[in-house]
Design a protein around this ligand. Structure first.
Ligand SMILES: *[C@@H]1O[C@H](CO)[C@@H](O)[C@H](O)[C@H]1NC(C)=O
Ligand SMILES: *[C@@H]1O[C@H](CO)[C@@H](O)[C@H](O)[C@H]1NC(C)=O
Length: 435
């Protein structure tokens, strides 16, 4: 009898647990790259700039903390910003709870902010119980000290190799980079790391549960979920999984071919896995409740340089030659913020007009391009971008599939000043209104 009552109480509290998630199907998870504070001019993102977004976001994910090699402790990767005397953003951000009590503030660990060369830390940590315990202890301390509501593990598992080869044209330099660079690490202990991660999540959640704190995981682009995520065993111990199914094509991995960076569905002739729908179905089929699956929506665009070898139609996939030139505010080659994109789409844009192609199918996303100029030999650019409409399409997809919502990556590359149409954070807002 006692057992029956106990089972009933457990069942009830599990149900309550779900019922108590006020955002089971309308999560607007907002990642914030706090290092964007270091950008210059109009790209500089200050703490106050967060406020208009917090009117809309349900979760704020502070990116990113890392791991200390050797001790396996979670640490700030940017102490001068995160914890330093001058700024101390960790504390200042969680103090915003006073103004925005409904928002959960998470600290995220990894996120490719730890250098790629240090991926091994993320693997060796998983190999020993002692190392995992050190990490867990340090996370608990950090969350308490800075008053975060939970932790997000954006674990830096090795990315899969990019295999496809469509164009014959590949420069010598690109071949060299492919041999030694990103995506060529071969993990010989995949099974061990998968089990280690499952155990880490179980034990960490065990600790956090008693303190009423959340645990979410972020699957980074190009990490093979089949290899590292034991979905059935992870599922009960996570509050959500954020699927970063963008950057499917990006100018570092695919320098010689520009293509849709974040399609919802597979497009003709592309790899089956490189889209949102494939990944969502995979997590659903392996027993994750829809409400725990959150799809990543990039606010940044990916850009490639177009040359005289590029097809003039602009239709992707299109021959390209590495990352497009950096934008004036973000200053990162191959990437433009939404504010930088919309500045180029206007008639009066510096450097001539960029032709915009919308996506009436709502499946692949929009793009814009400016062809190579034969007369002046000026390079062209292909831009695969997200705008309020395509972000809204992704949110509609999440809603139609009964998912948990969307995760915007990140606030600093949305139009946080409202330069495009006068409204701040148009991508975050458009996504929210479709949920
Ligand atoms: C965050 O912004 C900084 C400064 O622009 C940049 O160097 C870094 O790559 C960004 N990190 C992520 C994960 O987007
Ligand atoms: C992911 O790993 C599985 C199992 O090893 C493999 O069958 C699949 O092809 C991999 N996917 C990619 C995109 O590499």
């Amino acid at each position: 009898m006692k057992l029956v009552i106990f089972a009933a109480i457990v069942a009830l509290s599990v149900n309550l647990g779900n019922a108590l998630d006020p955002h089971e199907h309308n999560k607007v998870v907002c990642y914030w790259n706090s290092t964007s504070f270091e950008r210059l001019g109009a790209g500089k993102f200050k703490l106050d700039d967060l406020k208009p977004a917090l009117e809309v976001c349900t979760h704020l994910v502070y990116g990113f903390a890392g791991i200390e090699a050797g001790t396996f402790k979670a640490i700030s990767l940017h102490p001068s910003i995160d914890t330093g005397a001058g700024f101390g953003f960790y504390k200042q951000v969680t103090q915003l709870k006073r103004t925005y009590p409904a928002i959960k503030f998470y600290l995220s660990i990894g996120g490719n902010d730890d250098p790629y060369e240090e991926t091994h830390k993320y693997l060796t940590l998983l190999e020993s119980k002692d190392a995992r315990n050190e990490f867990i202890k340090s996370v608990s301390i950090m969350l308490n000290e800075y008053d975060f509501d939970g932790v997000d593990l954006a674990w830096q598992f090795p990315p899969v190799k990019y295999a496809k080869k469509r164009n014959a044209f590949v420069s010598f330099w690109h071949k060299i980079k492919k041999t030694f660079g990103y995506g060529n690490f071969h993990d010989e202990k995949e099974e061990e790391h998968k089990t280690g991660f499952t155990n880490l999540v179980r034990d960490l959640k065990g600790q956090l549960r008693t303190k009423n704190k959340d645990l979410t995981i972020t699957v980074l682009p190009h990490v093979n979920a089949t290899v590292y995520y034991d979905i059935r065993l992870l599922q009960p111990n996570i509050d959500a999984v954020h699927l970063m199914t963008f950057d499917q094509k990006n100018p570092e991995r695919n320098p010689d071919e520009a293509d849709y960076p974040a399609p919802i569905y597979e497009s003709y002739g592309r790899t089956l896995q490189d889209n949102i729908d494939f990944n969502v179905r995979y997590w659903l089929e392996h027993g994750t409740p829809g409400g725990k699956i959150v799809i990543g929506v990039p606010s940044f665009a990916r850009t490639w340089k177009l040359t005289e070898d590029s097809q003039i139609s602009g239709v992707p996939p299109i021959v390209a030659d590495g990352p497009g030139a950096a934008g004036p505010h973000t200053a990162i080659p191959g990437l433009l913020s939404y504010a930088e994109v919309c500045a180029r789409l206007t008639e009066s844009a510096v450097g001539g007009r960029v032709k915009r192609v919308n996506d009436p199918s709502k499946k692949y996303g929009g793009y814009a391009y400016q062809s190579y100029n034969k007369d002046t030999s000026a390079e062209g650019m292909w831009i695969g971008f997200e705008d309020p409409e395509t972000a809204g399409n992704k949110a509609s997809y999440a809603k139609a599939k009964g998912l948990g919502g969307v995760a915007i990556f990140d606030l600093s590359t949305d139009d946080f000043r409202g330069n495009c149409n006068g409204d701040k954070f148009p991508i975050v807002k458009a996504a929210k209104y479709k949920l």
